[in-house]
Design a protein around this ligand. Sequence first.
Ligand code: FEO
Length: 400
Amino acid sequence: MYNTRKITEELYWVGANDHRTTLFENIHPIPRGVSYNAYLLLDQQTALLDTVDWSACRQLLDNLEHQLGGRELDWVVLHHMEPDHAASLQVVLDKYPKAKVAASAQAFRFLEQFGFQTGEHERRELKEGDSLSLGRHTLTFYTAPMVHWPEVLVSYDETTGALFSADAFGTFGALDGKLFADEVDFDRDWLEDARRYYVNIVGKYGVQVQTLLKKAAGLDIKLICPLHGPVWREELSYFLGKYDLWSRWAPEEPGVLIAYASMYGNTEAAAQALATQLVEQGVRRVEVRDVSTTHVSHLMDLTMRLSHVVLAGVTYNGGVFPPMAAFLEDMKALGLKDRTFAILENGTWAPAAGKLMAAAVEGLAGCSVLAPSIALRSALTEGGQEQLHELAQGIAESIK
Ligand code: FEO
């Protein structure tokens, strides 16, 4: 059964929601699900803009059949070849034998690598500045390499002012009947998932996102149509502004993430004591997370959001506690920049984690470690409380 939404007179959302997949890319938890957005332009020629994940193919086919109303499908445009958007291509082409396929040359190569067949269907290779005229609507294409794969294109339709932005401006979260960002409380209910999606999916490629934002600044954009999550038709500057901040690794607000690794609760107790000291010093935003039970995608979300990170960790097998090591590895892999850290280590004998954690973050661009670093021996003492007080003062001062 079809389930579509009208965007403008000739533009429809024909995508699908997915609540069955629990891990996006088989790594990031998505308890609110995810949407795979596909769009249909009904012009003199019809064009499907992207397909959906294999798991949602049936919904796409039902939506297409309903919305085409017996018309031929003339074009399938692939902005992004990753299988969450291109896996249904072959089935769509089998059903619509006259459809031509438009994508970048690299996308066509990737399709072949994945074994997705386009058979006898006519292909059109797209590059920067190319246009595809459908009648009243003409799509102009711009390359957006590494946002989030190298073959990515975005397109702009001057008639509607729609930017089809591929993965850019996407979010985790299924739409569940809503389509437009102004139909939800985005700031309350979606922003965290949007930031978590950004930092974990696109975060490594901030420079390329800045390049895309500069291209977008030259266009009169009235709609942003991403491949995941809500479509934007109001207050576009709100989300464009977030992308500008995130792609420069600028913190959204001053505040402290205390990420702790604790085997028997003593490091956790020190982390909590530090949180209390910080709040008493006037720090308004303090978030405390256990790295053993908080997925690293959420830790990275908070690291992007806030200005300061305290790493409170134990020594394990002579090194850093494994979930903390994974967090540090993710910071490096995603190219984290410009954060202020503080270090609290705990060890019963031969503690080593403090030096290792400090070395890891001091190797990140624009990142530094505040003094004093605190070294506990098994549990917090009165002397340790005094050190925490001094550290909290230093962090609060640094935030001011
Ligand atoms: Fe939603 Fe990069 O695929």
